[in-house]
Design a protein. Sequence first.
Length: 157
Amino acid sequence: MYELKLYFCFMENPFTDEYFMKKALQEAELAFEKGEIPVGAVIVIDNKIIARTHNLTEMLNDVTAHAEMQAITSAANFIGGKYLKGCTLYVTLEPCQMCAGALYWSQISKIVFGASDDQRGYQNLGTTIHPKTQVIQGVLAKECSDLMLRFFAAKRK
């Protein structure tokens, strides 16, 4: 008699934090090419990117045109509401105090950032994130940090 064996093939989920951080890094590269401080951001819901942005402070002559602020506005427009529950922000640099405040009010579910910002990052400045927001730091931190270092090294030449 033949024995019936069932084999299940489980595919690994390709949509990891590293996958989406690479998308944010692509945005940061675009900012770099434009002479903007190279910070990129994407906002994801259900493994779908709904906002893809980078710093635009120089181009728009607007100190509030950080990647995170652009992403919040774009994602809110996409979903048709101001709260980003169920969404994840991937950003190449730790959010500043201003962006952390906006993220607090958006009630975003998760923030994943790459490089820490010891001078202007929200953590060292004592700004809080919404208590229900999960924060993961250090995803592709070296790649994110290297891009920032390369940008500022080129500025000093």
